[in-house]
Structures are given as C-alpha cells and as structure tokens.
Design a binder for this molecule. Sequence first.
Ligand SMILES: NC(=O)c1ccc[n+]([C@@H]2O[C@H](COP(=O)([O-])OP(=O)(O)OC[C@H]3O[C@@H](n4cnc5c(N)ncnc54)[C@H](OP(=O)(O)O)[C@@H]3O)[C@@H](O)[C@H]2O)c1
Length: 255
Amino acid sequence: MNDLFSMAGERVLITGASSGLGHHFAKVLAGAGADVALASRRLDTLQELADDIRAEGRTAHCYAMDVLDAQGVEATVKAAIDDLDGLSVLINNAGVTETVGFVQQSKESWDRIIDTNLNGAWAVARAVAEHMSTAGQGGNIVNIASVMSFRVAGHLAAYCASKGALLQLTRSMGLELARYGIRVNALAPGYIATPFNENYFATGAGQKIIARIPQRRLGQVGDLDGAILLLASKASAYMTSTVVHVDGGHLQSSL
Ligand SMILES: NC(=O)c1ccc[n+]([C@@H]2O[C@H](COP(=O)([O-])OP(=O)(O)OC[C@H]3O[C@@H](n4cnc5c(N)ncnc54)[C@H](OP(=O)(O)O)[C@@H]3O)[C@@H](O)[C@H]2O)c1
C-alpha cells in the first residue's frame, strides 16, 4: 500500500521552495523518493535545502527564479528539464500576500499579488505543461490554492481574487490537458503556520480567526503531508480538475 504514494522515479519542480509550505513539500516529496528542482528568488536558502535532500540520497537542483520575470521562468523550467532529464510533477506554490484595505491598496501592491499568485503561477504551469505535452509521457500539476479560493476575508481582496482565479485556472487546465495525460489539481490549505502569516497570527485579530477554525488551531506544515503526497503521486491517478481541502474545517465555519 505504501507504494501507492511513492514518488520514486518522479522528477518534481517546486516553486517557492525557499520557505514555508514549498520548503516542506520539497522535503516530503524527496523523502518519498522524488528527485527535485527547487526554485525561488532566494538561492542561498534553496542551497541549504538541496544539501539536506542530497544527504538523504536524492538529487536536488536549485534555481534563482522570480515568477514575475517571464524569460526567467522559461529559462528555469528549461534548465530543470535538462538537469532532471524531464519533469513529471510541478508543485506550483510560490505566492505572496499583503493585508491592506481595498481602498488603501496601491496599484503596485495589487499588481504584485496578482502577478505573483496568478500570472506567475500561469507562466510556470504553461511552460511545464508545454514540456509535458510535447514529451508525451503525461504529467501532474498541483497548484497551491487556499481557503481564500472559496471564502473571503477583510483586507485581502487581491489575495482572494488571485486564489479564486487560480482555482478556475486549475479546473480549466485539467479539462484541457487531460488529453495529454496531464492531471491538474489544487491543494487548498486553510491557515498554516509559516513565515507568510506569523506576524498576523500573533495579533489579536489573528487569534480571533484561530478561534473560528472548527478544530481551534492553526495548521502545521506537517498537516499537509497526506494531501501533497496524494496529489503528487499516482495515488490520485483518476483525479483531475479538482481540489483537496486541508483546513481544520475552516471552510465550513459557522456564519
Ligand atoms: N501559510 C498559509 O496559511 C497558506 C494558506 C493557504 C495557501 N497558502 C499558499 O501557499 C503558498 C506558500 O505560502 P507560504 O505560507 O509557504 O509562504 P512563505 O513562507 O512566505 O513562502 C512563499 C514562497 O514563495 C516564494 N516567492 C514569493 N514571491 C516569489 C516570486 N516573485 N518568484 C518566485 N518565488 C516567489 C518565496 O521565495 P523567495 O522569497 O525566495 O522568492 C517563498 O519560497 C502560497 O501560494 C500561499 O498563498 C499558504
């Protein structure tokens, strides 16, 4: 049964691997047997992670990539394909947020969030899907969505818009790419403790949100292990265009 979730032989590109969820996903997937390509803007952090993964006997390559740089995305995907001799899985995880009122938000702030979480995710997925469809061996793309793909919260309009659109992108890609044997699904975490949100959950407002999660606690990165292994492995062979929620029940919190 354990073989069902094995990542042995899989060649996985993980964006946003320098921190938080992406950093953890890289360790989990390499631990299950994958060889990995790690991409984000901060190369030094990626190199430390790659050293840890290599020490466990897996292959790991690092790339300084900014998803806002279209040419850089294309070059990174190409380099990862060359270095790993192809890509079979993409964990499309890089993302940013900012807590700011709708009226107060500047265009620069709005653009940074939409460009990173939606346009950047699209650019990486498009380049990877082009390779997978041309190579003709199928593939698997996991977009990291959010509870905010489904619900909204104050002062997060750009983030909610970006993650709602990423979910629709996931569904559209899954529909269109199935003919190439490429599966596309989303993982929608609730609030998971990472550098992304640590300042917010230390505030009174953050504590109030935790009190509204049915399980009454923040998620930890390890709470996503089962879901990322399910979606990244062949255990989800008949799943595409869908979403897995891991949120302590938050999506169903009482109105
Ligand atoms: N934590 C949560 O509660 C939660 C819940 C639901 C969904 N998510 C989603 O999970 C993903 C990871 O979030 P996290 O909590 O792990 O946040 P995090 O710790 O801040 O990590 C974000 C990652 O994205 C990378 N990144 C940001 N902008 C980038 C850019 N322009 N180009 C390339 N990489 C970029 C960062 O790397 P560099 O700075 O090195 O570039 C970093 O590795 C995001 O998509 C987020 O929306 C998080």
